[in-house]
Design a protein around this ligand. Structure first.
Ligand code: AMP
Length: 213
């Protein structure tokens, strides 16, 4: 299975990616986590990416295409993969087509997560993230056991700079203008499978199994 997950910020792409990865034993390639990792390690492109990410803008295509190309060259993707948060622009979709063509691989599904702007703002402004292991919490629906501390690794949880309300609104606008047009491209290729962003977490595994199984 070769899957792209497309959806607005905070719609549950990452949650879906991890569940699908568990069900079908596939690697997840999450550009947002890879970029945040590069920022933590203070690499040259990480530092450049940070200036865009903090403002809610997309990181330039050449940086993101480069890290995806490198990741896709590893042998574990041959059996399949889940791309979470990539591609996000026409240029990135073109670059991905090139990468796949060179490897003789065809996409099998584009999972499109559908969620209203109001629900996205409610979710992201109450989201807390672990800067070390990337685990995600929600102050109301998934609070950590100990306030402000990651259950998994004990690190102090943060409100991501780009999860502040004005930045969320900008990210939504960027999504509508730059990423959403990709839906039409993949619709024409007959690859789109829609998933409702409001499916409760307890039912998500069965829902995804049914959609993709
Ligand atoms: P995410 O964690 O997927 O919400 O991504 C957080 C931020 O990382 C985005 O707002 C962008 O600044 C950057 N980012 C992640 N993936 C991409 C991508 N495919 N292209 C450009 N920027 C990206």
């Amino acid at each position: 299975m070769k899957i792209i997950i497309l959806g607005p910020p905070g719609s549950g792409k990452g949650t879906r990616a991890h569940i699908i990865s568990e069900i079908f034993d596939l690697p997840v390639i999450t550009t947002g986590d890879m970029l945040r990792g590069a920022i933590r390690e203070k690499t040259e492109y990480g530092l450049e990416a940070k200036t865009y990410m903090d403002l809610g803008d997309l990181v330039p295509d050449d940086i993101v295409n480069g890290i995806v190309k490198e990741r896709m060259s590893r042998p574990d993707v041959v059996k399949g993969f889940i791309l979470d948060g990539y591609p996000r622009s026409v240029n990135q979709a073109d670059a991905l087509d090139e990468i796949l063509k060179a490897k003789g691989i065809k996409l099998t599904h584009v999972l499109s997560v559908v969620l209203s702007d109001e629900e996205i703002i409610e979710r992201l402004s109450k989201r807390r993230s672990c800067p070390v292991c990337n685990e995600i919490y929600h102050l109301v629906s998934k609070p950590p056991k100990k306030k402000g501390v990651c259950d998994k690794c004990g690190a102090k949880l943060i409100l991501r700079e780009d999860d502040k309300e004005d930045v969320i609104r900008h990210r939504l606008q960027v999504y509508r203008e730059t990423t959403q047009p990709l839906l039409e491209r993949y619709e024409k290729q007959g690859l789109i499978v829609e998933t409702d962003g409001e499916v409760p977490i307890e039912g998500l595994r069965d829902h995804l199994k049914e959609l993709l199984g």
